[in-house]
Design a protein around this ligand. Structure first.
Ligand code: HAM
Length: 424
């Protein structure tokens, strides 16, 4: 049997990497403008980090982590998300002594053992940002405007922002009692998953996708009615900033998110046309996480965008104008002395910044011309015996079929007329 890639993973082929590079370039530009600097953390961490950070009673920690023992018998886990990792790095490297808030971004693969389907993978990429060290509600608003700017810069339309506040531990305590009063009588009607969550993590029942569970929680009062004055004021200010910035959003009192670290603001950005896996980005505030992981208390807020989902959402509607990946020149030769000259020419062209190819398969001139055509080369530089003697080459314009003799020292100038950018 041939070895195939593991279920839920993707090969990103050269025909698609242009899209990834396009998005990555926009991410870098945007983060620079907003003052977020890149951080790169390990792909695997001690399992305890996620158990403590994300929460023992969450789906991710209970069912979705890739956890293994290394040869030193340590329990390690492939990171299922970036926030806990960034917070660990913030504490471990003493970043709290830098000017606050510390504003960081990351881009890389995450791993979750989920049931794969369109838009849901076991290895997927997230672009995320985290701002640690400020309570300012304007930062919460920034976490929503930055991804929106990214989506727009990529040419995406048709997304919706949903926001909610799940308050602090205190507000959640009193809401939990209300929730249990409403739900306990109907416990046996909930799906299996929700029944097991009822006492451990009742808030999560609110965003169960099961239609029967949705119906059962319809009458539950919104969590926003139970916010303490400070959390209510914070949420009001976040919405005020979004209004001021002209960002359209929908309050969704059932939005609670699948991580225990969130406090106050939570949000998701969805593209309804994507179907079941329609969240292209999500985030929120997590004012208790730094302390939970062992640091001095620091408020924080962040978000992450799923890059595969963004690409799916862009689909055909994308306004992306990728620079088409095609060589500038193919240097064709007849072997022997002409190959030695072709090697010199191809090396020289590459040094001037052009994308130059040469025949590595000992093919006939006809087959080389065909190969150049398939690669969509703009020019073919032909090095024949006769040209060799005269220190010239023949250059064929592949679009028009015109051929012209050019002396060796003029090839670079001929292929990149003054004012034209070198390379594609
Ligand atoms: P999350 O909602 O789990 O949040 O993931 C953020 C985004 O990653 C989702 O909206 C989705 O686009 C993408 N995503 C999640 N799971 C998958 C999957 N299995 N396959 C493909 N894409 C997926 C977090 O991870 C939080 N750390 C976000 C955050 C940062 N909160 C504060 N700071």
């Amino acid at each position: 049997m041939n070895v195939r890639r593991p279920k839920g993973t993707n090969d990103i082929l050269p025909e698609d990497t242009g899209k990834w590079q396009f998005i990555e370039a926009r991410i870098q530009k945007l983060c620079r403008r907003y003052g977020y600097q890149e951080i790169r953390t390990p792909i695997f961490e001690h399992t305890e980090l996620f158990a403590r950070g994300i929460g023992e009673a969450t789906d991710i920690v209970e069912k979705e982590m890739y956890t293994f023992r290394d040869r030193g018998d340590r329990s390690l886990t492939l990171r299922p998300e970036g926030t806990a990792c960034v917070v660990r790095a913030f504490i471990e490297n003493g970043l709290d002594s830098s000017p606050l808030p510390v504003k960081l971004y990351y881009l890389g693969p995450m791993f979750r053992y989920e049931r794969p389907q369109a838009g849901r993978y076991r290895q997927f990429y997230q672009f995320g940002i985290e701002a640690i060290g400020s309570m300012d509600p304007f930062l919460d608003a920034e976490m929503i405007t930055l991804p929106i700017e990214l989506y727009r810069a990529c040419g995406l339309d048709g997304f919706q922002v949903q926001i909610n506040s799940i308050g602090c531990l205190e507000c959640r305590g009193s809401y939990r009692d209300t929730l249990l009063r409403h739900l306990e009588g109907k416990a046996d009607q909930f799906c299996h998953n929700c029944q097991s969550r009822l006492h451990r993590n009742p808030l999560r029942i609110l965003d169960c996708k099961n239609p029967k569970c949705r119906e059962l929680v319809e009458e539950v009062p919104p969590i926003t009615d139970y916010l303490c004055p400070e959390c209510a004021d914070h949420f009001g200010q976040v919405k005020g900033y979004l209004d001021q910035l002209g960002v359209a959003y929908e309050p969704n009192p059932k939005l609670v998110r699948g991580f225990d670290y969130y406090t106050k603001t939570v949000f998701e950005i969805i593209v309804p046309a994507l179907g079941a896996q329609n969240a292209i980005g999500a985030g929120g505030r997590y004012d208790g996480l730094v302390e939970e992981i062992g640091g001095k208390p620091q408020p924080a807020v962040g978000f992450a965008v799923g890059v595969e989902r963004l690409i799916l959402a862009l689909g055909e509607q994308s306004g992306i104008d990728y620079a088409e990946a095609r060589p500038d020149a193919f240097v064709a030769h007849f072997g022997g002395r002409t190959k030695a000259r072709a090697v010199e020419i191809v090396t020289g062209l590459r040094r001037t910044g052009l994308w130059a190819e040469l025949d590595y398969l000992g093919r006939s001139l006809k087959a080389q011309m065909k190969a150049a055509d398939r690669l969509k080369c703009k020019w073919v530089v032909i090095v024949g015996e006769e040209e060799l003697e005269q220190n010239t080459v023949k250059i064929r314009n592949m679009a028009t079929g015109e051929e012209q003799g050019v002396s060796l020292d003029q090839i670079g100038a001929f292929l990149t007329p003054a004012g034209e950018e070198q390379g594609t």
